[in-house]
Ligand binder design. Structure first.
Ligand code: ATP
Ligand code: MG
Length: 403
């Protein structure tokens, strides 16, 4: 039976966390491959095996596995009975399936009753490959590593390892709320939090009613894209234009951007279920004038939530490279009218002290503005893959379904 053998790194798996990690990874792999003919997903020592129905689209299964955080690497293979002739045939099939110059057969016996040692088995199968398919053995750095694992009742033969996205399975680290602008940085920040096992909820502030829908459409597209890695996302869109104009009317010009950001954090915190405990931004130290250490501190002081900035130490070029790799860059650079360009002063302050900002905010009814943002926010739900969306729709969720 065809299968995909999934491996995870042991490093995050000390002690009691291990079972939880593996169970979460199995559940996420099952969900990600819904509708693709994966018959079972089981934990074996050090790996997870997805067994595929004969008609399963192996390429599509691999694509989904490759986007499941927690997967260090995976390979396509077969599950066969513990019979030397059958194992040999599977190894030869594997060698014929991929072009290579050098190869190695790595055998492991979890079942020590098998009547050969692992090196003996590896050598025997390697000799069969040289005789029947060709190629040269390189045990250290082969083009094609073929893995043979012997368990008590079954054996697995799998081919070259393909990289997974690494990290930790989504949801294992908890839930965070990302302020998503539609720019280059915040989608990358969200991705990095997902990679560390977080489920990310999104909040986007639009300049409505003073701007077009462009930034909202971008936020939708970006969240839709990022949902491929976490399977379900909520996106809140807050019309922020009137709140900004209130700030503009009452506070000094140079402090506007810091005040906008503080309002954004408060509203995002209030939108989280039971209050978001952790907020994520795409800020990077020194990138723009609002992102100085002083301003970051003054902005974060608006909320008691933990404010995480996964990009804080990254250069713009590194962020762009990552945005390109994950496929958000092209959308992020589409023109829009970001709410922050509305009423933005030419020379925003780089050092807003908390005392100044709090004095400015005394001119505002902050709780009423937060309540207004929350009341006017709308939520969209995203589900991937489409087959999972069917189940969620039946449960009454409003969905944006993606192909
Ligand atoms: P980005 O590329 O993410 O837009 P940026 O370099 O443009 O970031 P700023 O405009 O200073 O930086 O925004 C800093 C952070 O504040 C953003 O990364 C994002 O987390 C948050 N933010 C800014 N504008 C918005 C918005 N309109 N909606 C939601 N969050 C926003
Ligand atoms: Mg921006």
């Amino acid at each position: 039976m065809a299968c995909v053998v999934v491996r995870y790194h042991e490093i995050a798996l000390k002690g009691g966390n291990r079972q939880r990690f593996v169970q979460r990874l199995i559940a996420n792999l099952r969900a990600a491959t819904t509708g693709l003919g994966v018959r079972s997903a089981d934990g074996l020592p050090g790996r997870i095996v997805l067994r595929l129905a004969p008609e399963a689209p192996v390429g599509a299964v691999c694509e989904r596995v490759a986007r499941t955080f927690g997967v260090a690497n995976y390979s396509v293979g077969v599950e066969v009975p513990v019979d030397l002739d059958v194992i040999r045939a599977a190894v030869l099939d594997c060698a014929r399936a991929e072009p290579f110059t050098t190869f190695a057969v790595r055998a492991r016996r979890a079942d020590k009753s098998f009547p050969m040692t692992s090196p003996e088995l590896g050598a025997l199968l390697g000799a069969a490959v040289v005789a029947e398919v060709g190629g040269r053995v390189d045990l250290d750095a082969p083009d094609l590593p073929i893995t043979v694992e012997i368990l008590p009742r079954t054996a697995y033969v799998s081919g070259g390892k393909r990289p997974g996205p690494g990290g930790l399975p989504v949801t294992i680290s908890g839930r965070v709320t990302c302020l998503m602008s539609g720019g280059i940085d915040s989608p990358v920040a969200a991705y990095r939090m997902m990679q560390r096992g977080c489920r990310v909820d999104f909040v986007h502030f639009s300049g409505a009613p003073y701007t077009s829908r462009a930034s909202i459409d971008k936020a939708h597209d970006l969240v839709e894209h990022l949902t491929r890695w976490q399977l379900r996302s909520d996106l809140w869109v807050v019309p922020f234009g009137e709140i900004q104009s209130e700030i503009v009317a009452r506070v000094p010009r140079s402090h506007r951007v810091v005040l906008y950001r503080r309002m954004m954090l408060r509203i995002a915190e209030a939108l989280g279920r039971h209050g978001a405990r952790v907020l994520v931004t795409g800020e990077s130290l020194g990138q723009v004038s609002s992102q100085t250490l002083e301003n970051m501190q003054t902005i974060a002081a608006a909320t008691s939530a933990l404010v995480l900035r996964p990009l804080v130490g990254m250069d713009k070029n590194e962020i762009i490279q990552q945005a390109t790799r994950i496929g958000t860059f092209a959308t992020s650079i589409l023109p829009d009218q970001d709410c922050c360009t509305l009423f933005t002063p030419a020379h925003p302050t780089t050092r807003a002290t908390l005392a100044e900002v709090e004095a400015a905010e005394r001119q505002l009814d902050v709780p009423a503005l937060v309540a207004r943002g929350v009341a006017e926010a709308t939520r969209a739900r995203f589900v991937f893959p489409p087959e999972l969306a069917g189940a969620a729709a039946a449960a009454g969720a409003r969905l944006t379904v993606q192909g």
